[in-house]
Design a protein around this ligand. Structure first.
Ligand code: FAD
Length: 393
């Protein structure tokens, strides 16, 4: 069949990664067509908790988080549109045996310019008097961090991309990636063929399946991750920072309406492997109860909280919990950007820039994606964080 439409670049997937990439490419004058099989933010992005933190233990990811935070905080000016940004601050607490690692991470983060500080248990208590600190060694506090809304952010990027001339199509499923003579030629879709010399696979949990169609076995497992939602009792603080509790392996994230979202920080959650097209999208009662128990231990006054609702979403997890982001070897014009392993939302502003650099060959973004190349798995050169206390990189 003749290709319906030609573009410089086709982006597969209308989540936060695909829309940020489409925006950055349109900004650089490229003709971009983004194809989304259902609707914008239908994947992991629509179910995200939306935390934008900077607590990373690798210099590259810490720099990426900081550069992205600067966009989230000032999105209206930097990109345009409302992403529901709320500066909550973020507090990460660890047990005594993880203090050394925490302090080393804080030093690394401060070195790259992140506003973070070490708090001993007493200082944590002073910051958040409602916390039980009896079993913690200390914490890292980032006052500038906060949360944004996945659906609002995706739509903001998409609409800015459209303003700049990008074509954003929903309800169009890519059924195959086309190539000839070692080069990308376009895609086949549920609504005909599209041609372009560059295809960006930003299909999140569905990305590995699409790559397999052109011969790449990317090591990505899809797993189900739940979020429990509690309503705080009246009288408890009207707001609280994001709290990452590495003693119990869970988090608390404030939401409007006196709500608090809660979920796991344990790598073992990735064992809940699912088919991304058929999985339970609601929260299990046992999960609600487990999170309620952790919450009550950390914030005793939450024993009066009510369970309100919850949901489950998908992570696309790689063996080292870092993404595959780069040009794929042996197929000119094929770029993969998935495998975010539960951490892809906050990074989207800088990832859009990195993808645009990969396409254009420019170096407008100061961060090199080499660390995330697909070849690292075969080379045994996995990305390692410096600490062992959690999955968060
Ligand atoms: C419960 C939960 C909490 C999270 N909390 C955080 C957090 O606090 N902070 C953070 O940074 N990250 C968080 N994450 C992770 C983050 O949300 C994801 O890493 C990020 O949203 C992934 O975005 P994406 O665009 O890469 O993928 P997705 O949002 O999954 O988008 C992929 C899109 O591709 C489309 N698609 C798939 N196949 C095709 C096809 N063949 N043709 C066309 N379109 C296709 C899908 O419909 C989908 O819309 C969380 C995730 C979950 C599930």
């Amino acid at each position: 069949m003749m290709a319906q439409q030609t573009a410089d670049v086709i982006v597969i997937g209308g989540g936060i990664t695909g829309t940020s990439a489409a925006y950055q490419l349109a900004l650089r004058g490229y003709r971009v067509t983004l194809l989304e099989k259902s609707y914008l933010a239908a994947g992991g992005t629509g179910r995200t908790v939306g935390l934008v933190r900077q607590h990373y233990s690798n210099e590259i990811t810490a720099r990426m988080a900081l550069r992205s935070l600067q966009v989230w905080r000032d999105f209206e000016q930097a990109v345009g549109g409302d992403v529901g940004w709320v500066q909550t601050g973020a507090l990460f607490i660890v047990g005594p045996h993880d203090l050394e690692g925490l302090k080393a991470n804080i030093a690394l983060q401060r070195q790259v310019g992140i506003n973070t500080e070490f708090l001993d248990a007493q200082a944590v208590q002073a910051l958040a008097p409602y916390l039980n600190v009896e079993d913690i060694g200390g914490g890292a506090y980032e006052p500038d961090s906060g949360c944004a809304d996945g659906v609002m952010a995706t739509n903001a990027y998409a609409s800015r991309a459209k303003d700049l001339g990008a074509t954003i199509l929903q309800g169009v499923e890519v059924t195959a990636i086309r190539s000839a003579g070692g080069r990308i030629t376009g895609v086949k879709t549920s609504q005909g063929d599209y041609s372009a010399p560059v295809v960006i696979n930003a299909a999140g949990p569905w990305g590995a399946r699409l790559a397999l169609g052109v011969g790449y076995e990317t090591p990505v497992e899809v797993s189900r991750h739940q979020v429990a939602v509690f309503q705080r009792p009246e009288g408890l603080a009207s707001q609280h920072p994001f709290i990452g509790d590495f003693v119990q392996g869970f988090y608390l994230r404030p939401e409007t309406g006196r709500l608090t979202l809660s979920g796991s920080l344990e790598a073992s959650e990735a064992a809940n492997k699912v088919d991304p097209d058929h999985y339970a999208e609601t929260v299990d009662m046992e999960f609600n109860i487990e999170m309620a128990e952790f919450t009550e231990h950390r914030v005793p006054a939450m024993s009066e909280a009510e369970i309100r609702k919850g949901w489950a979403g998908l992570y696309d997890v790689t063996p080292d919990w870092h993404p595959i982001l780069g040009r794929m070897p042996g197929l000119e014009g094929f770029i993969c950007a998935y495998g975010w392993s539960g951490s892809g939302f906050k990074m989207a502003p800088v990832v859009g820039e990195m993808i645009a650099d990969l396409v254009t060959g420019e170096k407008l973004c100061p961060i090199d994606p080499h660390l995330f190349r697909f070849e690292r798995f075969a080379e045994g050169d996995l990305v390692r964080g410096r600490y062992s206390y959690s999955i968060i990189g």
